[in-house]
Design a protein around this ligand. Structure first.
Ligand SMILES: [Zn+2]
Length: 63
C-alpha cells in the first residue's frame, strides 16, 4: 500500500480518507471521495476546523 494519498469525503466537510484509486473517487474503506490538496504528511493533523480522519482508512493504509 505505497501509493495512497489523502482524499476528502464527498458527503462531509473536513473528513479525510485515504485512497489508492487513480481517480481518487473511492477511498480504501469504500467511501465516496474527491481529490484533496492535502499531502500525506498532514494525515492526522487536527487544526481549529476539527479535521477528522477515517480510522478504517488509517488501518487499511497502514497509517
Ligand atoms: Zn475511509
Amino acid at each position: 500500500m505505497s501509493n495512497v494519498r489523502i482524499v476528502e469525503s464527498r458527503s462531509s466537510t473536513w473528513v479525510y480518507h485515504l485512497s489508492s484509486d487513480p481517480t481518487s473517487l473511492v477511498a480504501l474503506c469504500g467511501a465516496q471521495t474527491m481529490t484533496s490538496p492535502a499531502t500525506l504528511e498532514s494525515w492526522g493533523v487536527v487544526t481549529h476546523v476539527g479535521e477528522r480522519y477515517c480510522p478504517q482508512c488509517a488501518r487499511l493504509g497502514g497509517k
